[in-house]
Design a protein. Structure first.
Length: 94
């Protein structure tokens, strides 16, 4: 029984990142489509789901920042850009 439990844990540890990556790819496609269709609020919500799945997803933070900036939601844009520069400091302007 103990080996069986260990095997399930190992299987889960190997599969969860792959499932999360597939989900992120699906969310990204949906967000890109929503943005292209000018459904900006929907696109922002989808990008937020994506960065919740993978907080190091720099393209997601960039998109959240730029879309909020375009809507004149400057505080939300600033917060997204802060997250982006925290995970990818080379994009920050000195």
């Amino acid at each position: 029984m103990r080996l069986h439990s260990g095997f399930r844990w190992l299987l889960a540890a190997l599969c969860i990142p792959a499932i999360a990556q597939q989900s992120l790819e699906r969310i990204e496609k949906q967000a890109v489509a929503a943005r292209a269709d000018h459904h900006i609020d929907e696109a922002i919500a989808l990008y937020k789901k994506g960065v919740a799945l993978k907080p190091s997803w720099d393209e997601g933070w960039w998109s959240i920042g730029t879309l909020n900036y375009e809507l004149d939601h400057f505080e939300e844009a600033r917060d997204a850009f802060r997250h982006l520069t925290a995970i990818k400091p080379e994009v920050a302007v000195p």
